[in-house]
Write a protein that binds this ligand. Structure first.
Ligand SMILES: CC(=O)N[C@H]1[C@@H](OP(=O)(O)OP(=O)(O)OC[C@H]2O[C@@H](n3ccc(=O)[nH]c3=O)[C@H](O)[C@@H]2O)O[C@H](CO)[C@@H](O)[C@@H]1O
Ligand SMILES: C=C(OP(=O)(O)O)C(=O)O
Length: 419
């Protein structure tokens, strides 16, 4: 299994370009199943999850071609199967996003239950309930969600909790339903907004984008379109935290500051100087050690759970005591044990981590348990004295494009050791 080796101690300095957002491109790829013409997508990140999603679309007979300008062309027309098999779904939860489009356009879908993962149980009851409200007949049998429907019918759906992919699945299905669908307590994440804009480019009628109430007027068909994916706010935040932890100065190019308010606010609280432009964000720590920050994760626009692990790493080497509370997933502190192996002082109390910053951590072999945990361990390796090897880096490849190359350009001493 490949590992990443980091020799700590170098401040991150320079410019890094930000890739398209994983959590936007995956629902956008799923939305192509709704169209009856080819769709092209730009700013597609090279990620393991994208490859898996393309394989999943391929199993459904969808043709996906990458042109020489790195635009992806997706032709959904030769559909011949509506099954998302376990071996693909189990490696990527976002596979559940084919459920809404398949049932809306083809009136049938069989999607393997995604199951639990390292960060929590992650049920899909809200996806199922929402699609049932639109008229789909859904059963769960032999580990598969089996859905059948005629043309879906618009409905008012109040989500029990804010769910990102749940909102996306229902939103996509509602675009082809007859009549009006109102989704209350909808997720407001920038990736949901990006999906809505892509659906509009394909001919959907959606109001309330970016708010907690989405109103969808169903249309007969969605047509082809071209869409450019939003820059990845979590990748951006990860590099900025790296700069803050190492006392460095980094400019993230192709980044969107307006999607990162809560994160930038916490970085400023940690002592960083932040400047922004229309498509860049610069963080300057001026060689200082960060100050510890307190934060609570919650749905957008509050602090994102996908940045929690990275800030846990920052607090490990900060001045003072930082308290981090995770409210979105029930088991998202797996990185704490690994950080302790590097010498971090972390006390876990239920869904809260109390972190007392230490002046120095020291390198050790550590193991990634999930995507953002692996990013946090790489960041910790950048400041730990000596060598850190992070094992199971396949997690990081799910969501970060060329992370070791990008960090290398910023001056980190990092390389991949083949498995
Ligand atoms: C591909 C993608 O976009 N992944 C993101 C998405 O995951 P994902 O969409 O899976 O996360 P959700 O927003 O659905 O989860 C939020 C909470 O709702 C619960 N829940 C969700 C659905 C449901 O039917 N029932 C239920 O109980 C979950 O267990 C969790 O506690 O949003 C998360 C929260 O911002 C991010 O961490 C993930 O990176
Ligand atoms: C949890 C994440 O992704 P996923 O929902 O795809 O597991 C993430 O991006 O941090």
């Amino acid at each position: 299994m490949a590992k990443i080796l980091i020799s700590g101690g170098q401040p991150l300095q320079g410019e890094v370009s930000i890739s398209g957002a994983k959590n936007a491109v995956l629902p956008i790829l799923a939305s192509c199943l709704l169209a009856d013409e080819p769709v092209s997508i730009g700013n597609v990140p090279h990620l393991h999850d994208v490859t898996t999603f393309i394989e999943l679309l391929g199993r459904m007979g969808v043709r996906v071609v990458l042109d020489d300008r790195m635009k992806m062309h997706i032709d959904p027309r030769p559909e011949n199967s509506c099954v998302a098999p376990y071996e693909l779904v189990r490696t990527m939860r976002a596979s559940i996003l084919v459920l809404g489009p398949l049932v809306a356009r083809h009136g049938k879908a069989e999607v393997s239950l995604p199951g639990g993962c390292a960060i929590g149980s992650r049920p899909v009851d809200q996806h199922i309930r929402g699609l049932q409200a639109l008229g789909a007949d859904i059963t769960v049998e032999n580990g598969f969600i089996k859905a059948k429907a005629g043309r879906l019918k618009g409905a008012r759906i109040v989500m029990d909790m804010v769910t990102v992919t749940g909102t996306e699945n229902i939103l996509m299905a509602a675009t082809l339903a007859e009549g009006t669908t109102i989704i209350e307590n909808a997720a407001q994440e920038p990736e949901v907004v990006d999906l809505a804009h892509c659906l509009i480019a394909m001919g959907a009628k959606i109001d309330g984008i970016g708010s907690s109430t989405l109103i969808v007027e169903g249309v007969e068909r969605l047509h082809g379109a071209h869409y450019e994916v939003l820059p990845d706010r979590i990748e951006t935040g990860t590099f900025l935290v790296g700069a803050a932890m190492t006392g460095g100065k980094v400019r993230a190019r192709g980044a969107r500051a307006d999607t990162l308010d809560a994160v930038l606010q916490k970085l400023e609280e940690s002592g960083a100087h932040i400047s922004t432009g229309p498509d860049w964000i610069e963080l300057d720590m001026q060689g200082r050690r960060p100050k510890a920050v307190n934060l609570v994760t919650a749905p957008y626009p509050a602090f994102p759970t996908d940045m929690q692990a990275q800030f846990t790493a920052l607090n490990c080497v900060a001045e003072g005591v930082g308290v981090i509370t995770e409210t979105v997933f029930e088991n998202r502190f797996m990185h704490a044990l690994e950080l302790q192996r590097l010498g971090a002082d972390i006390r876990l109390e239920g869904n809260t981590a109390i972190i007392t910053g230490v002046p120095k951590m020291s390198g050790a072999p550590i193991m990634a348990t999930d995507l953002r945990a692996s990013a946090c361990l790489v960041l910790a390796g950048l400041v730990a004295e000596g060598d850190t090897t992070v094992d199971r880096v396949y997690h990081i490849d799910r969501g970060y494009e060329n992370i070791e190359e990008k960090l290398g350009v910023l001056g980190a001493r990092i390389r991949r050791l083949p498995g």
